[in-house]
Write a protein that binds this ligand. Structure first.
Ligand code: FES
Ligand SMILES: [Fe+2]
Length: 357
């Protein structure tokens, strides 16, 4: 397996389960999400114990899933509650997945439920602060989730893939620095005294700053397992301290990326941007969201083509250049996590065997 399962992933956003169930495959598990009897988020195996229809094709009635095939009513605890003219007491229960709603997202733990601790959910300061505004979207991408991590941990591609929005030649002329700090990989690039590309010009105007003067630009990408990449990005009017410049001289945001594996070769990409300037300007929020959506659609095309090539020639050796260090170091952390998970699964299987014997 290429993805850890004993960890929290973003599964969906609240609007996706508004009054209806949502079926979504996450880490190879078919899961149905809905709002339960208390308004809480419920994640169950997407499988009706009667004849195996996906429960996500049914409806939600007073917080309970109703199978769309023959009307079985499923409790939030995975136990069948009723079915027209049938006794359901002996029906096998279906699996319940730990799920939590936090920071405007719904998180799921697709692995061993006994290990699911909500305190382990990635903390997002900006999601709790009125000083920040956030907007984003979701793309379903036919590519290994690790290709997206590689992409976000190496922004040299912006010069080529995003030439009309955020790309500029100085990006691939400026070396990046990559380091691993504990459970985090950080790749950073600072470009001084450059002209802002179109996306940043628009943001400068959005914060009532001139867009025709040189700026200092920065990109600091932070990967944390299993697959979260937060990128601090911004520009400041040149000579005011760059990254450290006072708030009235810069525009600054965090590009938010939650990359949730669906299968070994596909993933759910929750992208967005949190900003701390002009936060009440809804039109600006929408303008940024639209711009970012277009930029990320450009990555999708490259990644899906890359995956098709890799699937066709699985034995082909790829090169590792210094620009790839961010992706390489991120995969190293992931491999460590996967090895720990394998050891945990083996120990659990051995314990179960002992009990059986
Ligand atoms: S398959 Fe769900 S009620 Fe029959
Ligand atoms: Fe990109």
């Amino acid at each position: 397996m290429t993805f850890p399962k004993n960890t929290w992933y973003v599964a969906c956003t609240p609007d996706e389960i508004d009054g209806k169930p949502l079926g979504r495959k996450i880490c190879g598990e078919n899961i149905v999400f809905h709002r339960g009897t208390e308004g809480q988020v419920v994640a169950l195996e997407d499988f009706c114990p009667h004849r195996g229809a996906p429960l996500s094709l049914g409806t939600v009635c007073e917080g309970k899933l109703v199978c769309g095939y023959h009307g079985l009513v499923m409790g939030c605890d995975g136990k069948a509650e009723s079915m027209p003219l049938q006794r359901v007491g002996g029906f096998p229960a279906i699996r319940v997945y730990p799920a939590v709603e936090r920071y405007g997202f719904i998180w799921v733990w697709p692995g061993d439920a006994a290990l699911a601790d909500p305190a382990l959910i990635h903390h997002l300061e900006w999601a709790e602060s009125p000083d920040w505004a956030y907007a984003g979207g979701l793309y379903h991408i036919q590519a290994d989730y690790r290709l997206m991590i590689d992409n976000l941990m190496d922004l040299t591609h912006e010069t080529y893939v995003h030439s009309t929005s955020i790309g500029q030649k100085e990006i691939d002329e400026t070396p990046v620095k990559t380091r691993t700090e504990g459970e985090q990989v950080i790749t950073s690039r600072f470009m001084d005294n450059v002209m802002a590309p179109p996306f940043w010009k628009a943001n400068l105007r959005g914060n009532n700053l001139p867009d025709d003067q040189p700026v200092d630009r920065w990109q600091v990408c932070r990967f944390t397992p299993p697959s979260h990449v937060m990128i601090e990005v911004g520009v400041a009017l040149a000579g005011h301290g760059g990254y450290e410049a006072p708030a009235d001289k810069k525009v600054y945001s965090i590009v938010v990326d939650f990359i949730t594996p669906e299968t070994e070769t596909s993933h759910w990409y929750f992208w967005g941007m949190a900003r701390n300037f002009n936060v009440h300007d809804k039109a600006l929020t929408e303008q940024i969201r639209e711009g970012q959506g277009k930029v990320f659609a450009e990555d999708t095309a490259v990644l899906e083509g890359q995956q098709r090539n890799l699937s066709k020639y699985p034995g082909r050796r790829l090169l590792m250049l210094n620009i790839d260090a961010g992706g390489v170091q991120s995969r190293r952390l992931l491999d460590k996590m996967l090895a720990a998970e394998r050891a945990h699964d083996e120990a659990r299987a051995q314990a179960a065997e002992k009990v059986a014997a």
